[in-house]
Design a protein around this ligand. Structure first.
Ligand SMILES: Cc1cc2nc3c(=O)[nH]c(=O)nc-3n(C[C@H](O)[C@H](O)[C@H](O)COP(=O)(O)OP(=O)(O)OC[C@H]3O[C@@H](n4cnc5c(N)ncnc54)[C@H](O)[C@@H]3O)c2cc1C
Length: 333
């Protein structure tokens, strides 16, 4: 039986490991578009700040992959899936057949219509590649503008503060808040960030970015003019599912799955940040972002691809450490 997994992140690699641990004769191929061995994305900020070394980021080493008999094809992008012929096509048109397929392509910060024209002036903050680029720029950076939402945004801000950079945080809302629940922060995140020296501009957003010699001039929707050495910005974080375009695989914002992580197409599963799953509490589909979910869904998807019948149970919140304080964030409002 050939199991093909698209995406070498936590969900994909955990599924691969689960399959090989249960059935060592199963053929498992993981195809990931990043050039690196699977790494711990959630520790990227620690690496940026120099608190851990690059090899401590590795989630699955080459030796471990070999030992388990998992074939990793890194640096390969899956362009399309043809469920009727049980095959996928890579960017260079190579065809790979599967018996069971797992889509674990994660999510990605994205730019809306206003920010898109300024893409070349915006520093991304999601992948190892982004962080390697940023690390090189660090010595020349002091003033930073951050416009975005989500845990990775808080992580970025705490990293920049740690590095003693000056941070201006622009938010659309009245106060910085992440639907926090049962944390030391309840209702206090905004004040906490300000105490840490973060300047917060509320009810506003980045409207344009212009490069001026070695700096950037940012104009906000409310016509505030700011300058910075670097601009981090994103409008949303959403599932990266371009490989299912044109297929019959059911989707909304993410790939729709049932509690067994099966998609609408037989033999195709999905797990991790690319997935949308029914939440009985909110009576609707939601994207279950976050590391614990990616781990758990990867394990369950791996088992179910081998014919088991495990069900995934929703995690209400993810735990996160922000500058020494713990918080729990929910991903829906
Ligand atoms: C800086 C930072 C800090 C974070 N901190 C936390 C935290 O403290 N707690 C927490 O819960 N979460 C945290 N997160 C979020 C967490 O890392 C993600 O929820 C988790 O990585 C999701 O795992 P995944 O396997 O679903 O997706 P990903 O880790 O995104 O992996 C998916 C992989 O698939 C690849 N891929 C996509 N499309 C294709 C294609 N067509 N072909 C081939 N490959 C493809 C992607 O490039 C990627 O390598 C953080 C994220 C960041 C960026």
């Amino acid at each position: 039986m050939k199991h093909v997994i698209i995406g070498a992140g936590v969900a994909g690699i955990t599924a691969a490991k689960t399959i090989k641990e249960i059935d060592k004769n199963a053929e498992v191929v993981v195809i990931g578009d990043e050039m690196f061995f699977p790494y711990k994305r959630f520790l990227l900020t620690e690496f940026l700040c120099g608190s851990i070394k690059r090899d401590e980021l590795i989630f699955f080493s080459m030796e471990l992959l070999k030992e388990l008999g998992i074939k990793l094809r890194k640096g390969e992008y899956v362009k399309t899936i043809e469920p009727s012929r049980k095959l996928i096509k890579l960017l260079h048109n190579e065809v790979v057949h599967y018996d069971k397929l797992l889509i674990a392509t994660g999510g990605r910060p994205g730019l809306g219509l206003v920010l898109r024209p300024y893409k070349k002036h915006i520093q991304c903050y999601y992948s190892m590649n982004d962080i390697l680029i940023l690390k090189k720029k660090l010595p020349e950076i002091q003033k930073c503008i951050v416009f975005g939402e989500g845990v990775s945004c808080l992580d970025l801000i705490s990293g920049l503060c740690n590095l003693e950079k000056q941070v201006t945080y622009i938010i659309k809302g009245v106060r910085a808040d992440f639907g926090l629940k049962g944390s030391e922060f309840y209702g206090e995140l905004h004040d906490f960030l300000e105490e840490k020296g973060v300047e917060i501009i509320t009810e506003d957003q980045v409207a344009s970015i212009e490069k001026m010699n070695r700096h950037y001039r940012v104009e906000t929707l409310k016509q505030k003019e700011l300058t910075a050495d670097i601009v981090f910005a994103w409008d949303y974080y959403k599932p990266k599912i371009s490989c299912i375009e044109g297929t019959v695989i059911g989707k909304k914002l993410g790939i729709l799955v049932n509690v067994r992580l099966e998609t609408s197409v037989e033999h195709i599963y999905a797990a991790g940040d690319c997935v949308e799953i029914y939440h009985p509490g909110i009576k609707g589909y939601w994207i279950n972002f976050g590391l614990p979910n990616a781990f758990e869904q990867g394990t369950i998807a791996g088992k179910n691809m081998l014919g088991q019948n495990e069900e995934y149970k929703i995690h209400e919140a993810i735990a996160f450490n922000l500058m020494g304080k713990s918080l729990k964030a929910r991903w829906w409002k």
